[in-house]
Write a protein that binds this ligand. Structure first.
Ligand SMILES: [Zn+2]
Length: 224
């Protein structure tokens, strides 16, 4: 089990509401016990499958509603609940403050689009300029993972990660770039199998257009 910090999560939740970047949600409902949610979702998913005409007495299908409900609540949508927010150990920056940034590249993004509930498969690049505190590197990945694990739109996901990294590190200088393949575009609708969506969220020095820093970040993010 990875370590969590519900108190920090509560602060991040409040901060995102204040800056207008929180996912539209009813947080009282989010906090309902997992077992109860699984029961209710399984019941509704049974109805969906029956309505489609599937035979739920078949061995292969009988456990699907419960499996889907568990997957939603305990795996792919755990990022709705800030009790699951990752512990973000911060250490004092003893290297002095300059303009050098920390960058984490090719961070795995596995999310689901909130319009169709199908997969968004992508990669993120995250950078910030440390001020008073430095964040453990894996924590950048954990923050990306946390916000990926909820129904999302890629633009908001990118902003939520940038805002949260800035909030936690107390650094005004943050950049997040995500390139994602949306399966709602690939497997249905227009059925475009080759397109991907790029989103960028910048703060502080990274937001200055035509700056060397911004250029450096984008070069690093796009080099694969
Ligand atoms: Zn979609």
């Amino acid at each position: 089990m990875e370590k969590t910090d519900a108190a920090l999560g509560a602060k991040v939740h409040e901060h995102l509401i204040n800056v207008g970047l929180e996912t539209p949600m009813n947080y009282e409902q989010v906090q309902v016990k997992d077992d109860k949610k699984i029961k209710v979702i399984a019941k509704h998913f049974t109805a969906i499958m029956e309505e489609l005409g599937l035979d739920l007495t078949d061995d292969s299908l009988i456990d699907t509603p419960n499996r889907v409900a568990k997957m939603y609540v305990r795996e792919i949508f755990t990022g709705l609940n800030y009790d699951n927010f990752p512990k973000c150990t911060r250490i004092e920056n003893k290297m002095g403050q300059n303009n050098s940034f920390v960058l984490e590249r090719n961070v795995n993004v596995q999310s689901n689009c909130e319009h169709h509930f199908v997969v968004i498969d992508g990669k993120a690049t995250v950078a910030y300029i440390p001020k008073k505190t430095i964040l453990g590197l894996s924590k950048l990945n954990r923050v990306v993972q946390f916000f990926s694990k909820r129904p999302q739109v890629q633009e908001r996901l990118t902003e939520q990660i940038a805002e949260t990294i800035s909030y936690i590190t107390e650094s005004p200088d943050v950049a997040v770039y995500i390139e994602g393949v949306h399966y709602c575009v690939k497997s249905r609708g227009i059925q475009d199998v080759t397109s991907s969506t790029m989103t960028l969220a910048t703060r502080g020095a990274f937001a200055e257009t035509n700056s060397e820093l911004r250029r450096e970040f984008l070069n690093s993010a796009r080099m694969r």
